[in-house]
Design a protein around this ligand. Structure first.
Ligand SMILES: *Cc1c(COP(=O)(O)O)cnc(C)c1O
Length: 424
């Protein structure tokens, strides 16, 4: 038994499923998860000493790779000053100013501790501001594990959502309406059927939790104008796309101005950080300046802020960084696509910037139902092959590959070689 397998056996006795977040369990691919001991650049090592090229990157945060010197140095410095005060600190002001300077629609921002918390709070703000209760979300978009967002995809569309998890009372999801990604007519129908009741539409501007699904031309623009027409707020969940598609996230990339935005992942540089922000008139509704209550003992934690500030500063100041990363990633995903085409494997590669994925189904994949047609058994074979070759992919067909600035040309080529050998 390997060290990882032994650790997993122990973990299963004292942690549900052996993990602190479900997808880490490798459950859908039937392999024991690798316990990771350290990372450097684009590489990670497991408890058995095996080395991998990492395409998870902590599910997004490690856009600069593991152990970026600027981030490490900032954290080491902050640690020495104290881990937490539960009081206001200068770094929080600098962090807020930096986010406002980078993301076009952010006039005010509140720090929280995760993406889930950011979404939960943004929805409360939207409801408090509009005085309406209903929220439209899209099937296949993930917005964290808060009750109201755990709504199953599919037949709940057009009516009220069904709970997508045990332990979620119907009352918590009855105001969550589920729509089809890239289907503006569907959204208009929902708005029409619930006229005057929809507080907000929340969307991943690039779907990155059903594999990678791009917004079709006009989709995000259409959501913006539908929100204006029906007096609902537009919330971009940029927990993945924020600071990834570019310094200003998806909203800058596509030139759409949401009313509220949620962040997580990259914003903390690897520490547990989330944030939500947007229009000043909405954000002024948050306590203590307004009646919408939201709080956090460790929110704006000094060490977490130091990590986030350092990472965001690099992303803002190294202006050529995104062009270089996105160009390298674009080339990589195109070559991966060619390998699958040459092998005659039914597939669809969707990618944008440094995000991408291979669906094991004929394209196009434009929504959750399309993604659901993927051959997950075939994906599992591919995943196991790549893992054995030292390529650490997300253990699910419905997750993205995250490239970082630390991925070298050599390692990208090695990865393509590994994919080629799957078909050999
Ligand atoms: C990961 C994710 C979340 C939840 O963030 P956590 O930090 O895991 O709570 C919310 N929205 C999107 C789009 C995400 O990818």
């Amino acid at each position: 038994m390997s060290v990882s397998e032994a650790l997993f056996e122990r973990a299963k006795e004292c942690i549900p499923g052996g993990v602190n977040s479900p997808v880490r369990a490798f459950g859908s691919v039937g392999i024991a998860p690798r316990f990771i001991t350290r990372g450097n650049g684009d590489r990670i090592w497991d408890a058995d000493g095996k080395e991998y090229i990492d395409y998870i990157g902590s599910w997004g945060p490690m856009i600069l790779g593991h152990g970026h010197p600027a981030v490490l140095e900032a954290v080491e410095k902050a640690v020495k000053d104290g881990l937490s005060f539960g009081a206001a600190t200068q770094r929080e002001v600098e962090m807020a100013e930096l986010i406002c300077s980078m993301v076009p629609s952010i006039e005010m921002v509140r720090m929280v501790n995760s993406g889930t918390e950011a979404v939960m709070s943004a929805i409360r703000a939207a409801r408090g501001f509009t005085g309406k209760d209903k929220i439209i979300k899209f099937a296949g978009c993930y917005h964290g594990h808060t009750d109201a967002m755990l709504v199953k995809a599919g037949s709940g569309v057009m009516t009220q959502g069904l709970p997508g998890s045990a332990g979620v009372p119907e009352g918590c999801t009855k105001d969550t309406l589920s729509a089809t990604y890239n289907d503006l007519e569907n959204v208009r129908d929902l708005l029409e059927a619930n006229a005057g009741e929809v507080a907000a539409i929340i969307v991943e501007p690039v779907g990155a939790n059903m594999g990678v699904v791009l917004p079709e031309k006009g989709f995000l623009e259409g959501l913006r104008s539908l929100c204006d027409e029906y007096e609902a707020l537009l919330i971009f969940d940029e927990v993945i796309t924020g600071f990834r598609l570019g310094a200003g996230g998806a909203q800058e990339y596509f030139g759409i101005r949401p009313d509220l935005t949620t962040f997580g992942k990259i914003i903390g540089g690897g520490m547990p950080v989330g944030a939500y922000g947007g229009r000043k008139d909405i954000m002024k509704m948050i306590a203590p300046s307004g009646p919408v209550y939201q709080a956090g003992t460790l929110s704006g934690n000094p060490v977490a802020m130091a990590a986030g500030l350092a990472q965001l500063t690099v992303l803002k100041e190294e202006t050529a960084l995104y062009d270089k990363l996105n160009t390298a990633a674009g080339r990589f995903f195109d070559e991966l696509d060619q390998i699958f085409t040459q092998a005659g494997e039914p597939h669809c590669v969707n990618h944008i910037g440094s995000l991408g994925c291979v669906f094991f189904t004929e394209g196009p994949v434009k929504n959750y139902a399309d993604a659901g047609r993927s051959d997950t058994a075939r994906f599992t074979q591919y995943f196991a092959h790549m893992l054995a070759q030292g390529i650490y992919l997300a253990p699910s067909q419905f997750e993205a590959m995250f490239l970082s600035t630390a991925h070298t040309q050599e390692d990208l080529q090695r990865t393509l070689e590994a994919a080629r050998s799957f078909f050999a």
